[in-house]
Design a protein around this ligand. Structure first.
Ligand code: DX5
Ligand code: ZN
Length: 239
């Protein structure tokens, strides 16, 4: 499992220090929640913040775009230093086109689905994506309660993708993740877990990362996840 802490719950007045502390603790990914106030009822940050953080960080920037018509902005996020761009299937009229454009720019591409969106939305996108993000809360805010139906959705998503040539596509789960549910999530088929409030409130981060990983001891890692664990910041950014 890869843990991707969500920047949204970090101390915004000390972001550079927070990122350094994450790396020192052994964290490898950072989840960046971009909200536009239109697709979701909240506003966070955009490319300038990512650009400011990029030079000081070796973390893999996993950028979750909760933005209407994300194709308008993918170039800006890529230039700012994003390594993976995840678009919401519900927010894009032509997701296949956007995913292809993201990959052509040298970024990894992902699709996010809200709790109520059926997996049929990604059935014909499986070969165009590197990761499926299953929302386990409704997007917009950290600190919400995990929706239990997600467990069955993860199992169904893994079966669907394995049956359709998508064995290498990762499954990420986002919302309400905590050390108490990591084992069940990974058991169901999750590869990458996002955590905001259950991670950042608890220092030191090394011990907190260990608390998320401990329930998984002794489990086999999927080959696709072993490959993904080697993904590095691609260095394509113009900073
Ligand atoms: C929700 C965001 C999540 C959120 C997770 O819209 O996409 O990434 O920050 O926060 P927690 O882990 O607190 O649910
Ligand atoms: Zn997110």
């Amino acid at each position: 499992m890869i843990l991707s802490p969500s920047l949204l719950s970090a101390n915004f007045s000390r972001l550079a220090e927070e990122l350094q502390a994450l790396e020192a603790a052994g964290v490898t990914w950072l989840h960046l929640d971009v909200m536009d106030g239109a697709y979701v009822p909240n506003i966070t940050f955009g490319p300038p913040l990512i650009k400011a953080l990029r030079p000081g960080s070796g973390l893999f920037f996993d950028v979750h775009l909760m933005v209407q018509d994300p194709s308008r902005y993918i170039r800006n996020f890529r230039d700012a230093g994003a390594d993976m761009l995840v678009i919401h299937a519900e927010a894009d009229r032509h997701p296949q086109r956007t995913l292809s454009a993201i990959r052509e720019m040298g970024c990894k591409a992902g699709v996010a689905l809200n709790p109520g969106t059926d997996l049929g939305a990604i059935r014909w996108l499986i070969n165009d994506m590197d990761m499926l993000l299953l929302m386990s809360v409704n997007p917009g805010f950290s600190g919400q309660a995990f929706i239990p139906a997600t467990f069955d959705k993860i199992r169904a998503a893994r079966s669907l993708m394995d049956a359709c040539g998508g064995e290498d596509v990762l499954i990420q789960v986002d919302g309400g993740v905590c050390p108490e549910n990591t084992a069940q999530l990974v058991e169901a088929g999750a590869d990458v877990l996002v955590s905001g409030s259950a991670f950042f409130g608890h220092k030191p981060y090394g011990a907190r990362l260990a608390a998320f990983m401990k329930p998984l001891e002794g489990r086999q890692t999927r080959p696709a996840l072993q490959v993904a664990a080697l993904w590095q910041p691609s260095g394509h950014f113009n900073v």
